[in-house]
Design a protein around this ligand. Structure first.
Ligand SMILES: [Zn+2]
Length: 65
């Protein structure tokens, strides 16, 4: 699945540092590419490609992987 989530309230929780699945706040960092980081929730294991809020992406960006 390749859902782009700008505007997806559920996944956008991640931009604020919380897992959209379990509300966890601890993440394991994976490979980084450009602005984005692959992260994995330490609690439930959900994986996301994540870009923090920045000048290029003011709303941040999250994609489930
Ligand atoms: Zn989680």
């Amino acid at each position: 699945m390749n859902d782009i989530v700008m505007g997806d309230k559920k996944l956008s929780a991640l931009v604020d540092g919380r897992c959209p699945d379990c509300d966890g706040i601890e993440f394991l960092r994976g490979p980084e590419g450009g602005l984005c980081i692959n992260i994995k929730c330490a609690s439930c294991g959900a994986c996301f490609n994540f870009c923090p809020r920045c000048a290029v992406l003011p709303g941040g960006y999250v994609e489930r992987i």
